[in-house]
Design a protein around this ligand. Structure first.
Ligand SMILES: Nc1ncnc2c1ncn2[C@@H]1O[C@H](COP(=O)(O)OP(=O)(O)O)[C@@H](O)[C@H]1O
Ligand SMILES: [Mg+2]
Length: 331
């Protein structure tokens, strides 16, 4: 079995607000193997970003607080380090790279792309001459398919399109040597063609450069080609996990079924009836004791109404579902 590069165990992160405790991450566990791409999927507001910000220790505190759990990266528990510690800064600089929906949040608006890439390259290769770092930067831009890379090095981020900026972020992830890339809705702001190009580039990071990738998305359609395994998240918890094939062809949790019915299928060209999931995602400050999906679930029974939240259980072949209806069904 390949080594787990990242293993998150029972992570809990809350925000303490005047409205009460917002349980954004409520006991989340997942892992990523070396050289693997996984996806974390769920509607907006279910805790995907806060989970990843907790891994990176970038949750704003207060009002946020990581309450418990472990984040094992390359053998170290990152939660033992303070957010502003030398160790965490080194992890963020050269261990784990994060790519956000809007790359302007990570790029410095007043420095050229070339200056920023050279900074990263020299940090990772102390003593390297400026012109050598520049040449490496140009090569990195070529690697991510940016035309006229030499000229582009002299551009400021605002002089580039969103898709181009996202390519620069991927180039930065290549040159900083990080082993894990967390891409949080990396293509949500891009048009469909650019979306596919950026996703293909991210996949190249895995296939050509041997990196590991966590793709965060609300779009289950996106995982088909890009992830080997999928975690489905709802109201701060993982409610289903399995291989991409298991999730797409044999979904167990009613929420996953709902998500699948609400996205167009890649393989089918004919008009299909897309059925949105009824109701709204819950507010995470006032969650019931029972299953958080119950108010939207078409299959809910008395048992669901009377019981605590269902735990993730293996339904067979390490395909997990947190639902009383699927418990022990196949396993
Ligand atoms: N700074 C904050 N203060 C209070 N609540 C927050 C804050 N940031 C995030 N949250 C809450 O955490 C929940 C999860 O947010 P997030 O992880 O960003 O969702 P997702 O990425 O899945 O769309 C949201 O419902 C939101 O209300
Ligand atoms: Mg998010």
């Amino acid at each position: 079995m390949a080594k787990h590069l990242l293993e998150v165990k029972d992570l809990r992160t809350s925000f303490f607000t005047p409205e009460g405790e917002v349980k954004s991450v409520d006991g989340v566990s997942y892992y990523v193997e070396e050289g693997e791409a996984i996806a974390i999927v769920g509607e907006s507001g279910c805790g995907k970003s806060v989970t990843q910000m907790s891994v990176m220790q970038l949750v704003q505190c207060p009002p946020g607080k990581i309450l418990s759990g472990e984040v094992l990266f390359d053998g170290q528990n990152l939660l033992e380090y303070k957010s502003d510690s030398k160790e965490m800064r080194s992890i963020r600089g050269s261990g784990i790279s994060m790519i956000f929906q809007e790359p302007m949040t990570s790029l410095n608006p007043v420095l050229t792309v070339g200056a920023q890439l050279c900074d990263i390259i020299i940090t990772h290769n102390p003593g390297m001459k400026k012109d050598e770092a520049w040449a490496k930067g140009v090569q990195a831009l070529k690697d991510v398919g940016i035309p006229e890379a030499e000229a582009r090095m002299k551009n400021y981020p605002f002089e580039m399109s969103g898709g181009m900026r996202q390519r620069v972020m991927i180039a930065a992830a290549i040159v900083c040597g990080s082993k894990l890339i967390i891409a949080d809705e990396p293509t949500t702001a891009l048009d469909v063609t650019t979306q596919a190009q950026v996703m293909d580039l991210l996949l190249e990071l895995v296939e050509k450069h041997g990196k590991s990738l966590v793709i965060i998305t609300h779009n289950l359609g996106l995982v088909t080609r890009y992830a080997s395994r999928v975690y489905v998240m709802y109201a701060g918890r993982i409610v289903e996990s399995g291989t991409t094939e298991q999730i797409l062809t044999n979904p167990q949790h009613p929420y996953t079924k709902g998500l699948l019915n609400s996205v167009p299928k890649l393989e089918s060209n004919k008009d299909e009836d897309l059925v949105p999931i009824q109701g709204m995602p819950p507010i995470l400050s006032n969650l019931p004791k029972y299953c958080a999906f119950l108010p939207r679930c078409p299959y809910a029974t008395d048992k669901c109404r009377e019981s605590d939240k269902p735990m993730l259980k293996d339904t067979g072949n390490t395909h997990f579902s947190a639902c009383y209806l699927t418990e022990g069904q196949n396993g």
